[in-house]
Design a protein around this ligand. Structure first.
Ligand SMILES: Nc1ncnc2c1ncn2[C@@H]1O[C@H](COP(=O)(O)OP(=O)(O)O)[C@@H](O)[C@H]1O
Ligand SMILES: [Mg+2]
Length: 427
């Protein structure tokens, strides 16, 4: 096994640069997911690791060896594609053993390796079948078997589950993860599906437009997305974004409904910021702000509600059944300990909670305007969650009872001046 090092890698097709300086470190035994919208360069990067695509500039290393000029066969990697690319005229066993035969391995060793892979993948009863006699999931397993028999240093997967139906995708997801836990082979897994990335990977690399936007553990990306793109991409349904301003340490939403005291300093002189709230961090709360229900989606285990709060569309996700109906007016409140703030111009996350944000690779592009915001938020120190919550509640006109903290009551609308000072509307 081996780690994979990708250093300032670029790729151009003619005048078009599709990878614009990518740095990724994949540790030995790690499962790394490359995720991003279609066309962002995931497959190109994977194919470059495999050696199927030349490198315009930069360096790719596998197991400490620079492989820029090493042909694919000598890289000791195995790739699994979305289109399983099985040989239709060969049985499952032959398909799995073919690369070993090409490599000149003796027949008994091939048989042994195929048998072991078939065992791991539960393919034993299918070894004599042709691909056309298999289901999609079984074909996918054969494709994986073909990779496993080679016992490579690195597995490369390119959207291996995209051709499967939703249910099978979920079970294959778990199978691949279990396989990784068992074999511990270093894995780079490409997907456009953030749920796949979140559930399978030790580390996620979010790409956009040939650049890495952020890399980190699934929960790091969920809890502290470094910009609005990552914030919107990770998590389903997507994060709600609400335009507003921060003046004198107080956030007020563009629609004037939501107010919140905060340590965060906006980058722009006019104080414009964007508030991010995940749907699962919004709840129906009699002490919250008014919103009109537009659409209610029930899955049985959860309820998704699309709302209009003062002209801003919001999605709320409840882990229980809500009986609300379209047209109804409800009150909703965010979990104030889980708000995100972003700079509207750069999209970058603004200071906040557990700081300090390590600059990601994309920071080398020169977005240093993050620094003053960070300093300010550190200088101001932290605010305890309890204090924050009461401040936050106060900001939207709710007061917590001093003697019975479980009780809240409305104070009526907040000061007019705040609502008036709001220029920006929601994006
Ligand atoms: N052989 C090629 N020639 C020219 N452009 C290409 C070639 N392969 C990929 N591209 C372009 O590179 C970009 C990234 O493609 P790709 O890596 O396949 O994206 P992803 O896998 O993230 O969907 C796309 O805009 C695609 O059109
Ligand atoms: Mg692709």
């Amino acid at each position: 096994m081996a780690g994979v090092t990708i250093e300032n890698v670029r790729k151009s097709y003619g005048a078009v640069e599709v990878l614009r300086g990518v740095d990724v470190q994949v540790e030995n035994s790690e499962f790394v997911a490359l995720v991003g919208p279609s066309g962002c360069g995931k497959s190109t990067l994977l194919r470059m690791i495999a050696g199927l695509e030349g490198i315009s500039s930069g360096e790719i290393g596998i197991g400490g060896r620079v492989v820029n000029n090493v042909p694919p066969k000598q890289r000791d990697v195995a790739m699994v594609f979305q289109s399983y690319a099985l040989y239709p005229h060969m049985t499952v066993a032959k398909n799995m053993g073919f690369s070993l035969k090409l490599a000149g391995l003796p027949a008994d060793e091939i048989a042994q390796r195929v048998s072991r892979a078939a065992e791991i993948l539960d393919l034993r009863p299918l070894l004599d079948r042709l691909p056309k006699q298999l289901s999609g999931g079984q074909r996918q397993r054969v494709a994986m078997g073909r990779a496993i028999v080679r016992d490579p240093q690195v597995f490369l997967f390119d959207e291996p589950l995209s051709n499967l139906d939703a249910k099978l995708r979920v079970s294959m997801r778990a199978e691949i993860k279990a396989l990784h836990q068992r074999l511990k082979t270093t894995t780079v897994y490409v997907t456009h599906d953030q749920v796949e990335a979140m559930t399978m990977a030790d580390k996620i690399v979010v790409m956009r437009d040939g650049l890495v936007e952020q890399q980190g553990s699934p929960l790091e990306l969920y809890d502290r997305p470094r910009n609005m793109f990552v914030a919107g991409f990770i998590g389903s349904p997507s994060m709600n974004f609400i335009g507003g301003t921060i003046k004198k340490r107080r956030f007020v939403s563009g629609n004037g409904l939501l107010g919140h005291d905060t340590d965060i300093s906006p980058m722009a002189g006019d104080g414009a910021v964007i508030l991010g709230v995940r749907p699962e961090h919004l709840s129906i709360d009699t002490s919250g702000i008014e919103a009109t229900v537009l659409v209610v989606e029930q899955t049985g285990s959860e309820t998704t509600v699309l709302l209009d709060a003062g002209g801003t569309r919001m999605t709320l996700l409840a882990r229980e059944r809500l009986t609300t109906v379209p047209g109804e007016t409800v009150r909703i409140a965010p979990d104030y300990s889980r708000l995100h703030f972003f700079d509207p111009a750069s999209g970058l996350r603004l200071g906040g909670d557990s700081d300090v944000d390590e600059p990601g690779p994309s920071d080398t592009k020169g977005n240093t305007s993050m620094a003053p915001a960070r300093r300010t938020s550190l200088k101001n120190g932290r605010t305890g969650p309890r204090k924050k919550l009461s401040q936050a509640l106060e900001a939207i006109g709710i007061r917590q009872d001093r003697y019975r903290p479980e009780l809240y009551y409305m104070r009526g609308p907040g000061p007019k001046t705040h609502a008036k000072s709001v220029g920006a509307d929601s994006p």
